[in-house]
Design a protein around this ligand. Structure first.
Ligand SMILES: Cc1cc2nc3c(=O)[nH]c(=O)nc-3n(C[C@H](O)[C@H](O)[C@H](O)COP(=O)(O)O)c2cc1C
Length: 464
């Protein structure tokens, strides 16, 4: 074989055209001796091992409870396994009636846990019986389908089957997802909705059921989403979002402020803090380094996790002080609090009595604009997200506010029966500095927090 310096190859008595890339590769090989080839091979192998170590397989603890849609679970497991996840199955006693442990064991290559007292659960180490080590092992907990019964057990702290026990022992800082599936009337019942709300407020993600034909033959909201949809949600909650939020510090303000008139009265608004708390729950699913929540008075349960600092404040002034103290250390500031725009000029020391039927006049002065102040302090790497609740849709006004306050994104909410104050749902428009916008259709506040965070991620320097 003769290799010409150009691109022609003399082979079996004729010329062949040799593409440039191939030509270079052959020349490279011709220059190598056996020893350097072995070295190259070894180096490649080492690189492969290093890459495999770096890319640790994500481990999913997949609980299955006794609903008809459990028949779809082998497809979900197959999707997870072929995409590099390790899966450990937990089955309730009733789940075994709907899906065979043998099928799931064959797909996962692991013994399915069907009892708290099975050998695979009760392993011994240094003389100790490690019955909850599987919760430590996994990176994410998923329950699909989540029956009304198992949801109730999880919401109320029962732990008498492998699913509820390992759920309880699972760390709050790791993502937990439930996929409720049941008859439409059951799903809409006050019991199920209350229990789901308990789990949500505890930081559990809920993938809502879909509308469609149900096992009962009826049509309604209760159908378990297809395996591909659940798989995408798991993927989102583990590797993709998880890694990108890792190490980030986020400051969130929530709730209403109170501006005192006298020792027993104040000026405030109807904000419940649900939107801000939804951000905290969602961020905790993404392995952030720290969440600092500065909250006005709310009836919501304060988030408890080692990486959450919760600061309770009352007035706009107090909120400003707490935010200012922590602002310089964070990557992202999400301002959802409904900060009072005005405060009484004078705070009476004693309760003002109704001594006559005369009007009384309270003079008001503007409070400090926290978002604007942080916009002034903001350095390039920091991302500022503002919220504005209006009584009418006015995008131009929202854009003006966003620019004035030096925000990177602004969410415009319009007050209605189903969005804004005292609701579990919200809708609006997310507007960005570059003029682009996305519509946020009616959804739960938790889902909205997830969507907004997905759009905030690319704004953080280094994530582009
Ligand atoms: C045919 C059939 C289908 C069922 N499908 C569901 C369902 O989709 N969702 C649900 O919450 N319960 C469903 N149930 C009721 C549960 O199986 C029952 O509440 C059981 O106690 C759940 O136990 P587990 O949560 O421990 O798995 C179904 C029951 C039967 C007989």
């Amino acid at each position: 074989m003769i290799v010409f310096s150009g691109c022609l190859l003399w082979w079996k008595g004729g010329y062949l055209f040799l593409p440039e890339v191939l030509n270079e590769w052959l020349g490279f090989l011709a220059g190598l001796n056996l020893r350097s080839l072995v070295r190259l091979f070894k180096k490649n192998e080492k690189r492969k091992v290093k890459l495999m170590q770096e890319k640790k397989r994500q481990r999913i603890l997949l609980g299955v409870s006794g609903g008809i849609s459990a028949y779809k679970i082998p497809v979900l497991v197959r999707l997870l396994i072929t995409n590099g996840f390790e899966v450990q199955i937990l089955l309730t006693k009733k789940a075994k009636k709907f899906v065979s442990p043998v099928v799931l064991e064959t797909l996962t290559g692991r013994t399915a846990i069907t009892s708290l007292f099975s050998k695979s659960v009760l392993t011994k180490e240094d003389g100790w019986t490690k019955h909850i080590h599987i919760s430590e092992w996994a990176d994410m907990f998923v329950l699909a389908p989540a029956t009304a019964n198992t949801i109730a057990k999880m919401a109320h702290g029962f732990a008498n089957d492998p699913v509820s026990l390992f759920f309880m022992a699972f760390g709050k800082a790791k993502p937990r997802l439930i996929v409720p599936a049941m008859d439409g009337e059951m799903f809409n019942s006050a019991f199920v909705q209350r229990n789901i709300e308990v789990l949500r407020s505890d930081g559990v993600c809920v993938l809502n059921p879909e509308f469609g034909e149900l096992a009962s033959g009826l049509v309604g909201l209760g159908r378990m989403p297809e395996p591909q949809t659940i798989f995408t949600e798991i993927q989102k909650k583990t590797s993709i979002c998880g890694n990108k939020w890792k190490g980030k510090k986020v400051l969130v303000t929530a709730g209403a402020t109170r501006e005192k008139i006298d020792p027993v009265r104040f000026i405030s608004n109807f904000s419940t803090g649900k939107m801000g708390y939804a951000f905290v729950s969602e961020l905790l699913q993404h392995s952030v380094q720290k969440v600092i929540l500065v909250t006005g008075k709310t009836n919501l349960k304060k988030p408890e996790a080692p990486n959450v600092l919760c600061i309770e404040v009352e007035s706009a002034e107090e909120m400003y002080k707490a935010v200012s103290e922590h602002f310089s250390s964070v990557d992202v500031f999400i301002s959802t609090a409904a900060v009072s725009d005005f405060k009484p000029k004078v705070i009476y020391e004693k309760k003002q009595k109704k001594t006559s039927m005369n009007d009384i006049v309270i003079e008001l002065s503007p409070t400090i604009d926290i978002l604007r102040e942080m916009g002034l302090k903001k350095i390039n790497q920091q991302v500022l997200v503002g919220f504005s609740l209006e009584t009418e849709y006015n995008e131009q006004n929202a854009i003006k506010k966003m620019v004035e306050k030096n925000c990177d994104a602004f969410i415009l909410n319009v007050l209605s029966r189903e969005s804004g104050f005292e609701t579990n749902t919200n809708k609006g428009t997310m507007i960005f500095k570059d003029g682009s916008r996305i519509i946020l259709p009616l959804m739960t506040k938790r889902d909205m927090a997830a969507v907004i965070l997905d759009h905030v991620l690319p704004l953080i320097v280094g994530n582009k």
